[in-house]
Design a protein around this ligand. Structure first.
Ligand code: UD1
Length: 353
């Protein structure tokens, strides 16, 4: 069986890190294609190096652009590759423009398409990530769901066949790498265990609107008088802050470059709390037993909010929620994201088809 996996952005590299190895273990031939959506060394190469991901057989080098440009360029390049490689199955991951482009091309070439992290839904519906998810799920043939909630979302939309609850491959990776989390960045910054908040912020929903971004940064500036805020800054956010001239609000934050997975998990496990708008970090905060403030009006990881492991917040109540000592003791929810064998289940399901 020949599988083509298409990746292109950070959250996809971490998923491929476990899925690729599970495919190898079952003797499935995988051709890895990188769209080039993320291209900086610390947004791409470091993940391949530190997680020992196989080097992509092909890189489409699409780089940045508008949504249309990026999606279109990936489609043109990926279609040529698929016509040449003729795989049995195409695997796409998550909710990025790379995911959308890959699923559309494969579906139109009538190649079976499998979506890893299917069924996640969230408001607002006009977010690029949400548009990508809904379209990808509607054209994909095989849907691998990270949670039961995702399975239910698909059922409500009438999707029942070929929907598989496997658990979340990011949980597999967290368990697999736990002993290897690194503390180089933690040590370099001379941080104190449990005495800082780890922040990430990159969704266009938060950073592309100057007023909203200013309000968020003002609050973070105030929070950082009480507690150190460590902020690995995404290039999109860096650009927007410079464009909107908001640098004055960064003075008290500890700004660093984006981190590789192992250092990021090191920073997470030693933090006090997390503030984020990233879907991935919300779950990783839960895996690490950390309270997480989700800077979004909604989340696809509903079970974490329902069980008070995560808390939705906005620029108005952020400060109050961060400085509250502890919102609730963190509860473990048995197997909500599977048993750490999602990648193996995905590989086995592909074999059985
Ligand atoms: C993308 C995904 C988002 C995912 C995120 C993870 C879409 C629509 N969004 O958002 O779902 O959560 O990746 O990080 O696909 N840039 C660089 N260097 C890089 C990568 C990006 O400088 O290596 C800059 C580019 O100039 C670009 C901006 O960051 O304009 C945003 O990058 P883009 O890939 O468009 O979206 P993300 O915000 O990264």
């Amino acid at each position: 069986m020949k599988v083509v996996s298409l990746v292109g952005a950070r959250p996809q590299f971490v998923k491929e890190a476990v899925v690729g190895k599970a495919l190898d273990a079952k003797g499935i031939d995988e051709v890895l294609v990188h769209s080039g959506q993320h291209f900086d060394v610390n947004m791409s190469d470091v993940f391949f190096q530190t997680l020992h991901i196989r080097q992509p057989g092909f890189n489409l080098h699409v780089g940045s652009g508008t949504h249309g440009e990026m999606t279109g360029k990936i489609m043109v390049g990926f279609e040529k590759l698929l016509l040449d490689i003729k795989p049995d199955i195409v695997l796409v991951y998550g909710d990025t423009n790379t995911t959308l482009a890959g699923a559309l091309v494969a579906a139109k070439l009538k190649i079976d398409t499998a979506h890893i992290e299917a069924g996640i839904r969230m408001q607002p519906k006009k977010m690029p990530e949400e548009i990508n998810r809904v379209v990808v799920d509607s054209v994909a043939d095989i849907l691998f769901c990270p949670s039961k909630h995702a399975v239910n979302n698909l059922r409500k939309e009438g999707r029942i066949d070929n929907v598989h609850f496997t658990g979340d491959v990011m949980y597999d990776l967290f368990l697999m790498m736990k002993e290897r989390f690194t503390f180089d960045v933690f040590n370099r910054l001379d941080l104190k265990k449990g005495q800082y908040v780890l922040l990430t912020l990159h969704r266009d929903y938060n950073v592309d609107d100057p007023d909203k971004l200013q309000k968020i940064l003002e609050k973070l500036h105030r929070v950082s008088s009480d507690i150190q805020v460590v902020f690995p800054m995404h290039p999109r956010t860096r650009k927007r802050i410079s464009e909107f001239q908001l640098e004055q609000y960064l003075k008290k934050l500890t700004i660093i470059e984006p981190c590789d997975y192992l250092n990021m998990m090191g920073l997470l496990t030693a933090s006090w709390k997390v503030i984020t708008d990233s879907g991935g970090l919300q779950k990783e905060a839960y895996f690490a037993g950390k309270e997480c403030l989700v800077l979004m009006p909604d989340t696809g990881w509903v079970e974490l909010v329902e069980n008070k492991c995560s808390f939705l917040c906005n620029e108005n109540n952020l400060e109050l929620l961060v400085t509250k000592r502890s919102l609730r003791q963190h509860a473990r929810l048995p197997d909500i994201y599977g048993k750490g064998d999602a990648a193996r289940l995905i590989a086995e399901t592909l074999m059985s088809l």
